[in-house]
Design a protein around this ligand. Sequence first.
Ligand code: PFF
Length: 461
Amino acid sequence: MANRGNFSGNIGFILAAAGSAVGLGNIWKFPYEAGQNGGAAFLLIYILLTFLLCYPIMIGEIAIGRRAGSDAYGSYRQLGGKRWGYLGLFGILCGIMILSFYNVVAGWAFGYFLEISFGSLLDHPNYGTFFSEYVIDFWDNLIFSACFMAITAFIVLKGVQKGIEAASKIMMPALFSILIILIAYSLTLPNASAGISFYLLPDFSKINFQTIYSAMGQAFFSLSLGMGALITYGSYVGKNQNVIGAAATITLMDMSVAFLSGLLIFPLVFSQGQSPAEGPALVFVVLPGIFNAMGPIIGRLMGGGFFLLLCFAALTSTVSLLEVPVAYFVDQKKWSRKKTTWLLAVFIFVVGLPSMLSQGAVEMFTHLPFYQDRSALDFVSEVFSDISLPLGGFLMTLFIVTRWGTNNMSEELSLGNESYRNSLLEKYVNFSIRYICPVILGIFSVLIIIDKFYGIDKLTN
Ligand code: PFF
């Protein structure tokens, strides 16, 4: 156990975990999910679910990891026995699958950085067309996402402190700053106020089952919950550190970046007369417009800077995704960190190829016959993220309630935060983990699975 590595201190852990949380989920996924699901209504439910379910679940995951001091599988197994170990393995599988498609989208962001900074993207007459042609360009996609995976592996190889922490320390503040500058600019554009109303004035009639479960999947994905990433990171956290405070900071940072991305994107969408329900292409189609409006030099600088930072944000997330299976093989199978990291990076890259080719490049992957003719990327992201992460969160709360005990959890959490015991917050966290999470997540996990494979409307009609 001696050489597993540790975060240097509270700040190191917070930055690494916030780095894991803040990523494409906030800047790419959040705006398009909000755009497709009613804007402000989605935002409201997303915030509510984050406080009600996700914050307690995050605390629970970190506590499990720190108590057991092991990877996702090892931690569940140690605290709960062999059967619960399978839940850890399920999380590891989700990590592998999520990384496989995440890396593809990160490759697009990297390509956009190059195309805006050094290519002619901003002069293109139609950014929508540019995007749809871009994602079927086999070689560009292959090379950029291979580079992305290689850089991820390189950082993971460096280990916890030197690699993961150091990378997060510079990128997070830079990302915040550039977002603020762009928002200030986008608010001055004509018709920006229509975007603000769409994003901030909820229309409650738009709330339905779809809004709630999209917001739930989004909240879990965005906070890196439900698959043991924070169990793994928690295992590197010192016993004198305040987990409760750290989790609050991570949650707030993640929520603010998501919120700010929406505040940037929707005024742009409406000022350019586009539809907010564009789907996964949204930020790639809308953002170049603002950079173009800034003029050829500043536009290139800001646009290039923005996509570069997006790549960095994605990188601290891919690193945490890769760390989950790497920690498993290093801890459980005693493989060397180096061998494991490279082997897994190559393997996951290959697993991601169908997703990469599913945007029109290869028909078979673009329209999966067994998945309502949707793409391989949709399939992997919906099954292993939208469905599996809330399900993983549900099972984690069952693990705490029926096996490990909220009492043990509280004991672990009061290390580094003595006032936690008997506090109001403790009561809230325990109540949420005992009742709110299992009930809400249990019901939704079942409904989501029925809906994805069968279609909930078929049940209600
Ligand atoms: N939270 C990341 C994002 O929002 O981009 C994605 C992610 C990272 C999900 C790590 C899950 C995970 F374990």
